[in-house]
Design a protein around this ligand. Structure first.
Ligand code: GLU
Length: 465
């Protein structure tokens, strides 16, 4: 029977959830969902000096925001130290690992000599037990490291889900240190034990880990563990072709939440970085899960394209129900200091969403309906002219008594135009600047109908002074 699909994301909590890690998480999640398997969150926190609880919280918040739900975890490596120690004890007993008492200065001398001979610096195996070999005398006052007894001949080959077959000669691989002198296990070793214990069937991760894979495979083999399959996804590049980093703008997932991006748009856009399904650009989670079977992962790195993300976000935004959108815009409004949006907000969203890429842009429009506006003096001078003043006064009078809906307002505007002989744009621009603070808005009657009558009268009244 085929193995149950179990994937994981294993971030190190040394900072926020990076877009690249989020994309790997997304691929692992979608792959598990596609095959009806399990997705696991594992926190790789053994770098105690750099790991923080705040980073853990941020990672979990970002996973929740993107709705990448996991069946198991979060598991914390720091809570599994006993388990790693037990595995090391077993390996020492089985002879697949051994104590090495080489000190850093000794290793340095060794490497210097190798470099001088033109060889690649590597551990020379002086503490590696071999039959018939005399090991150096064990120094009494020193704590040893534990090294993995890597096979010396042959090669490691795996069929990478992304890169195809990869082969590394065992001669390229040192006897890796798996425990430090104080007994703490090292990075590659913890990953191996975790993937084994968590019965991970497919490891999907960034291709910065390709070099770790042959080492991990050898250790898994020594443990008699079933090997997972591996897929190494190329890095995401910035527009200049360098690895995507802070230098290129926001790289933390939650910064995109703050900037008004929708989780569904992020999932849609991120999944297209290094994966494709024909020419499809816009799709939902269910389609992603249906299509994501581990094929069509790109061998070459994808480039971050902020304009495309904005486009995807704008499409998702337009497709959203206005009530749901209003809930998100309300959060952004709070950040802009508007605490209490009301029942008008879904209508405001409906009216403005076509011209917005993000919920922040929508909230910036909505602010005018809830807080004072501050038209630019230049705009006022340009549109609220002496010629238009009488019409504004007339409109003020009519709007004070008309039915407060789109039709009533439209009728009032029409009457003013016919009585004053002004053209619609002349009047409309002036009203827009006064009421919304800008001359570029959707249809005036629709905009005014969403304002409160008192607010409109008060803002039009200002023109008279
Ligand atoms: N902790 C590693 C990272 O954040 C991931 C290791 C793995 O996926 O095997 O890059």
């Amino acid at each position: 029977m085929a193995r149950r699909v179990r994937t994981r994301i294993a971030p190190s909590p040394t900072g926020f959830l990076h877009l690249g890690t989020a994309r790997t998480a997304l691929f692992s999640w979608a792959f598990a969902r596609h095959f009806g398997g399990d997705f696991i969150l594992r926190i790789e926190d053994t770098d105690v000096a750099r790991s923080t609880q705040q980073a853990v919280d941020q990672i979990i918040a970002a996973m929740r925001w993107l709705r990448l739900d996991y069946e198991e975890g979060p598991f914390y490596q720091m809570q599994r130290l006993e388990r790693y120690r037990a595995v090391i004890v077993g390996m020492l007993a089985a002879g697949t690992a051994y104590h090495c008492y080489c000190q850093p200065d000794e290793l340095e001398v060794m490497r210097e000599a190798q470099r001088a001979r033109g060889d690649k610096p590597r551990y020379d195996g002086r503490w590696r037990p071999e039959s018939g070999k005399q090991l150096p005398p064990v120094p009494t006052a020193l704590q040893p490291v534990v090294r993995f007894r890597n096979p010396q001949d042959g090669e490691v080959t795996w069929q990478d889900l992304v890169k195809g077959p990869i082969t590394i000669s065992n001669r390229e691989l040192d006897d890796l240190i798996i425990a430090r002198p104080d007994g703490t296990p090292t990075y590659n070793f913890c990953v191996v034990v975790d993937d084994w214990d968590m019965q991970i069937s497919h490891v999907i991760r960034g291709d910065d880990h390709v070099n770790n894979t042959p080492r991990q495979i050898n250790i898994l083999r020594a443990l008699g563990a079933e090997l997972p399959e591996y897929g190494h996804v190329p890095m995401i590049l910035g527009p200049d072709g360098d690895k995507l980093s802070k230098r290129h703008g926001a790289v933390s997932v939650m910064q995109y939440e703050e900037a008004g991006y929708l989780p569904d748009a992020m999932v849609n856009y991120l999944s297209r970085l290094g994966w494709s399904h024909g020419d499809d650009e816009l799709f939902n989670r269910a389609q992603l899960v249906q299509w994501f079977d581990g094929h069509h992962l790109a061998k070459s790195p994808a480039q971050w394209d902020a304009a495309k993300l904005n486009w995807v976000n704008a499409q998702c935004l337009k497709a959203m129900q206005d009530d749901a959108l209003a809930t998100l815009v309300a959060v952004q409004l709070q950040r802009l200091g508007v605490a209490q949006p009301d029942e008008r907000l879904p209508g405001i969203c409906a009216l403005f969403k076509d011209r917005c890429d993000t919920t922040v842009a929508l909230a910036q429009w909505a602010v005018a309906f809830y807080a004072d506006v501050h038209p630019q003096p230049g705009e006022l001078a340009k549109h609220v002219t002496v010629l238009v003043q009488p019409a504004l006064q007339l409109l003020h009078e009519k709007l004070a008594f008309c039915a407060w809906d789109k039709a009533g307002i439209a009728a009032s505007i029409k009457e003013v135009l016919s009585q004053t002989g002004l053209k619609m744009p002349q009047l409309a621009m002036a009203v827009r600047v006064l009421v919304l603070g800008t001359s570029q808005t959707p249809a005036l009657d629709a905009v005014l109908a969403l304002c409160q009558r008192d607010t409109v009268l008060q803002r039009l009244g200002l023109a008279a002074h």
